[in-house]
Design a protein around this ligand. Structure first.
Ligand code: ZN
Length: 96
């Protein structure tokens, strides 16, 4: 099964997961950046294969210090720093 396929099955099964959790659960041999790349493909193919009825849902990342939410997020990735307070304590984006 391809990594993309396995990610789709995993996300279908249940919980919102961070890139890091996806790596853990699937035992993937790649880093978070690589998972985000896969997630972008997953998002596209889920959308396409279902004729628009199904989509990858993202819970947006937010700052753990001031609560700033990264709403300008088009695609899965991990912001490194909060634009409002400069904190690096960013709760990562989760996918379902
Ligand atoms: Zn902040």
């Amino acid at each position: 099964m391809s990594i993309k396929r396995r990610i789709i099955e995993l996300l279908r099964a249940g919980d919102f997961l961070t890139a890091h959790e996806i790596i853990d659960v699937l035992g993937l041999d790649c880093d978070e950046r690589c998972v985000y790349k896969h997630l972008r493909h997953v998002a596209r193919s889920v959308w396409r294969c279902s004729g628009g009825r199904e989509r990858l849902v993202m819970r947006l990342p937010y700052c753990r210090r001031c609560g700033y939410v990264f709403t300008n997020l088009e695609e899965p990735w991990k912001p490194s720093k909060c634009p409002r307070c400069g904190s690096r304590l960013i709760e990562p984006q989760r996918s379902l």
